[in-house]
Design a protein. Structure first.
Length: 157
């Protein structure tokens, strides 16, 4: 496992894969230079290699930031609201159908066990779950529509 010089192979030592070939070559060159120049130049060689690693990390961070900014600009260009998969008519329709289908056994259980109060609790739960679904699908639906009235200004102060 050891090379003739007594040092481990760079591939095994660093765990670098094929996409880091340039950095691997730099590390190999640094280790070779250390072997040739000796321990006296070790700190300078390490500093030089670390500077190259820093530049590589800075480049990767800069690319990632540019990509994120471009994605944000695309969202802004498309509009302030990104499309949600829950906005589909089919999902709302399916939720309503499932709700009505489940209302039958819930009504029977609530009415059979606790009579009228049980039936009322079951239907309040069904209506509540549907109201939450509607509010989630349409965020501005339950907000007050009176803007600029004298009653609203009293609350703002």
């Amino acid at each position: 496992m050891r090379q003739a010089s007594g040092l481990l192979n760079v591939d095994r030592m660093t765990g670098m894969d094929a996409r880091d070939t340039e950095l691997k070559k730099e590390l190999d060159a640094t280790l070779q230079a250390r072997r040739e120049l000796g321990v006296e130049y070790e700190s300078a060689l390490v500093d030089s290699f670390l500077e190259k690693v820093d530049q590589r990390i800075d480049g990767a961070v800069e690319r990632r930031l540019r990509r994120q900014m471009a994605e944000q600009q695309m969202v802004v260009a498309r509009g302030s609201r990104s499309p949600k998969p829950t906005d589909s008519w089919g999902e709302r329709f399916g939720f309503g159908i499932v709700s009505l289908v489940l209302a039958i056994p819930l009504s029977a259980i609530g009415g059979g066990v606790a009579h009228l109060p049980g039936l009322l609790v079951a239907w309040i739960g069904i209506v509540g779950v549907n109201a939450v679904q509607v509010a989630r699908s349409n965020p501005g639906l339950f907000r007050g529509r009176r803007r600029g009235s004298s009653q609203d200004s009293d609350w703002e102060n």
